[in-house]
Design a protein around this ligand. Structure first.
Ligand SMILES: [Fe+2]
Length: 331
């Protein structure tokens, strides 16, 4: 990094401060960086302030920067120097395709499938703290990424439904999913059990599930019905505030349930069912704190996965929507 670039960047590219209504915080390339090298130099120089800003805003949206490929995006996200979180090591049930070792497609679910609000991998014991998205090509119509402030959802729930909230907090949640024998591209949760668990056969799968505290059942078609151990429904953030950190909305609205199965996709941590009226109330409250990332080519969004939920609207039209993802740990 040359001093000239540092001075130029500091003096002309404004990092907007956070206000109560700034969500997401949009950072425009007003300096007019033409090259990725200049951009990365600036990101590295400003990473402390950018991370500080993210810790209160929840989402930074970088617009107008020279990012036009998976490799550019890999370099852009690497400039923040977060720890690595590879998709292979996760227990996510979405099908994705790697573009570089740390960049992959957001979700291979069909265009007409809506992916409902969730914290990434909150339904598993291991999750990334940060998520980068990059839009290489927006859809012709739809395809926005809704983002929702879960700390505000928590606050509203504590006012309106304190008893329910304390039950979520004390019992946690259990999630039940069905994993097919191999990856299915026609679903938002189509990742097969072999790739989800990084195993070769049934015996290895059972060993892995046992070690993770899951219960399971093999189905006639060789699919695997797996129920997580009780996982937290609430997360305490570094500033002491709390967020409604879970996958209740996505599981309730979007996950497939087994025909004739009495097990819903999400229950309290003791297996008790969550009443429909409280589920609907959570959905309604979350919608009030949700805004849309309306993608433009070259946009990069950095999302604090512990404070903010995300999803994906369905889309249509001739343009192929191409949104990539990179996951990260805080360190
Ligand atoms: Fe996601």
């Amino acid at each position: 990094m040359t001093p000239e670039i540092f001075v130029k960047a500091r003096s002309t590219l404004f990092i907007p401060s956070m206000t109560e209504n700034t969500f997401p915080n949009i950072i425009q390339n007003t300096t007019g960086f033409q090259s990725l090298t200049e951009t990365i130099n600036w990101l590295q120089a400003e990473s402390f302030d950018l991370k500080k800003n993210l810790s209160t805003s929840g989402v930074l949206l970088f617009r107008g920067f020279p990012v036009s490929s998976a490799e550019d995006f890999d370099s852009f996200s690497s400039a923040f120097n977060y720890g690595e979180f590879t998709y292979q090591e996760s227990l996510s049930n979405a099908v994705r395709i790697n573009k570089t070792p740390k960049v992959f497609t957001a979700n291979e679910a069909p265009a007409d499938v809506e992916i409902f609000l969730h914290h990434e991998m909150a339904q598993t014991p291991s999750y990334p703290e940060k998520i980068f998205f990059c839009c290489l090509s927006p859809a012709s119509k739809g395809g926005e990424t809704p983002v929702c402030r879960s700390d505000k959802v928590f606050n509203e729930l504590s006012e309106k439904h304190p008893k329910w909230l304390s039950k979520f907090e004390s019992l946690g949640l259990k999630y039940t999913t069905v994993m097919p024998p191999s990856d299915e591209l026609n679903s938002g949760q189509g990742r097969g059990w072999r790739s989800t668990l990084s195993v070769y056969d049934e015996k290895e799968a059972e060993e892995k599930l046992k070690a993770l505290g899951y219960s399971w059942k093999w189905l006639k078609d060789k699919s695997l019905l797996a129920t997580s151990p009780a996982l937290p429904a609430i997360s305490v953030l570094p500033d002491g505030s709390k967020s409604f950190f879970n996958q209740i909305i996505a599981a309730y609205r979007g996950w497939k349930t087994l025909e004739n199965s009495s097990v819903p996709p999400v229950t309290f941590g003791n297996g008790e069912f969550i009443e429909e009226n409280i589920l609907n109330s959570i959905v309604a409250i979350a919608s009030r704190f949700t805004t849309l990332l309306e993608w433009k080519t070259g946009d990069v969004a950095l999302v604090d996965n512990r404070r903010v939920m995300h999803g994906r609207h369905s889309y249509s039209g001739v343009n192929k929507r191409e949104v990539l993802v990179s996951l990260a740990r805080d360190s």
